[in-house]
Ligand binder design. Sequence first.
Ligand SMILES: [Zn+2]
Length: 102
Amino acid sequence: MSVRTKKVKSVGRFGTRYGVRIRRRIREVEVRQKGWHECPACAAPRVKRAGTSVWECRKCGHKFAGGAYYPRTPAYNANERVLQEVAAGKTPTIVPETPVEE
Ligand SMILES: [Zn+2]
């Protein structure tokens, strides 16, 4: 498919409305949201968003819950770490993490 927009990509649907900066932020999120992500089951980069927080691998069919716009979020990682520590019989160290882009 040819590229219809030089630089605005998916936020071209907003036209000139809402301001440049907010449109750029939405574009950043949507470029990542709509791209291919790595499958946690088969490791193939074939995961697409199937709905809000729902991710599906187009290769092995693995369907799982994740972040609303990305499969993994800083909160997801923090929870996973705590669960692993509990599973290992340790007392989890719960540190409120500052949201960082993974
Ligand atoms: Zn898979």
